[in-house]
Design a protein around this ligand. Structure first.
Ligand code: UDX
Length: 434
């Protein structure tokens, strides 16, 4: 099938390449010329394992191309919208500017039997409102909402072998039938593997995505709240998580206590959920999400407070920050707890020296004052405190160098091998297992 994908960021670039790998003829469209130029060379400007290889495969086969020219969407039967919906600058709600402008740019090239398929995370009610816009209705095209659940670092596998496919269909039966058939055809290879499919309406599909992320965020904040009790009571939150995780109603995933969640999705999605609930006059979700957000931010503050407690004299004190990306296998720095802690400690006057396998240069572009270490030994040499803030495998498996007298490592992801750090003379502090 001929497909266009509007928006070529973390979501769209992966989706475009993945759809080409399923055999479709795909054009990816974005307003950012530099991004498009990079994608057309087969090297994305983001780090996502396997993406460059998939891009190169698609480009070589002739099934994949990228452009800034929206007219290239003409003739495609399905048009995916995968633009960002970041947090508004003036509040907690989602900023739909990119979504509206993507749709407006696409409108002139839509035909009556085309299906526009929204993948971006949006406040509930958005699809209904978009589908009712006069300018959209004039095209005769059909709108569907098909949320995306990919995780950065696993984006390709999550797109090609997802846990589930969710179709939010319009109320009109003929349009719903068309949208379903088009998506079934696009995802035929995925459906052949018995992937669960949930066919529903717009608001449910929109809310599925938002509530999935809200639940994951809640799970992380829950274990972090418990970690605070574990710290106060002398219990071990990791062993506790292992034990409660064995109950399959609970599950062990997303119960890793630490410096908390970040990234381009969870933080802004819980805030947008809160803002939308407020518009709808529903209060409990507001309270719940506020608490989840507060606990999450508390975790960052707690690491900063521990450093300040250990090093009350700021002058000449070196803090090694291990990890800057919001999670391993990603160079994404959006709302990264690690970057936040690193810059706040640097602002407080500590001599912060950071290291990250993929996100270092990007972090330095954002914060030119940030000092990057040449390597692992350089980062840790003479450090008074070391902070593990992103659990890159390179860090969790590396042998630590000999500690300076009195040096402490704070394991902000409970991922280090405590014994090997102790053996090198470091004092060890975890989260909820000090
Ligand atoms: C998330 C959702 O998982 C994905 O389904 C959705 O499509 C987009 O948002 P992503 O932002 O890529 O994906 O990251 P995720 O793996 O969910 O991790 C989010 C944050 O939570 C990271 O900062 C991670 O370090 C943190 N986290 C995760 C914890 O602090 N503890 C955990 O146990 C798990």
């Amino acid at each position: 099938m001929r497909i266009s994908v509007i928006g070529c960021g973390y979501l769209g670039a992966v989706h475009a390449a993945a759809m080409a790998s399923l055999g479709h003829e795909v054009v990816g469209i974005d307003v950012d010329q530099a991004k498009i130029d990079a994608l057309n060379t087969g090297f994305a400007s983001i780090y996502e394992p396997g993406l460059d290889e998939l891009l190169q495969e698609g480009l070589k086969s002739g099934k994949l191309k990228f452009t800034t020219d929206f007219s290239e969407a003409r003739g495609a039967k399905a048009h995916f919208i995968g633009v960002g919906t970041p947090q508004r600058k003036d509040g907690a709600g989602a900023d739909l500017t990119y979504l509206n402008s993507a749709l407006n740019s696409l409108l002139p090239y839509l035909s009556a039997d085309d299906v526009v398929i929204g993948k971006s995370t949006v406040p509930v009610g958005t699809a209904q409102a978009l589908s009712q816009q006069e300018s959209f209705q004039a095209t005769g095209a059909t709108l569907a909402w098909n949320p995306e659940f990919l995780r950065e670092g696993h984006a390709i596998a999550d797109t090609v072998t997802p846990d589930r496919l969710v179709y939010g269909l319009p109320a009109d039966p003929a349009q719903a039938d068309l949208a379903r058939k088009v998506m079934d055809e696009i995802y035929a290879a995925i459906l052949d593997r018995q992937t669960p499919q949930i066919v529903t309406d717009y608001p449910t599909a929109e809310l599925v995505k938002v509530s999935a992320n809200a639940f994951l965020a809640t799970k992380i904040s829950f274990i972090n709240a418990v970690a605070q009790v574990a710290d106060a009571a002398g219990a071990n939150v990791t062993e506790l998580a292992d034990a409660i995780g064995l109950d399959d109603r609970i599950g062990r995933k997303f119960l890793n206590a630490g410096v908390g969640f970040g990234g381009g999705c969870l933080p802004k999605d819980i805030r947008a959920f809160k803002a939308r609930a407020a518009e709808l006059g529903v209060t409990d979700v507001i309270d719940l999400m506020t608490t989840v957000d507060e606990i999450n931010l508390h975790q960052r503050q707690s690491i900063i407070d521990q450093v300040k407690q250990l090093l009350p004299e700021v002058e000449g004190k070196k803090v090694a920050v291990l990890g800057l990306a919001f999670k391993p296998e990603s160079d994404d720095l959006r709302d990264s707890p690690a970057l936040d802690v690193a810059t706040r400690l640097s602002d407080a006057g500590y001599q912060v020296v950071a290291i990250d396998p993929k996100a270092g240069d990007k972090a330095q572009q954002l914060y030119p004052g940030l000092v990057l270490a040449a390597d692992w030994e350089d980062a840790l040499a003479d450090a008074d405190v070391a902070l593990l803030l992103t659990e890159w495998k390179q860090f969790t498996t590396a042998q630590p160098p000999q500690a300076k007298t009195g040096a402490v490592v704070i394991d902000g992801r409970n991922s280090l091998d405590r014994e090997s750090w102790l053996a090198q003379g470091w004092a060890y502090q975890g989260v909820g297992r000090r």
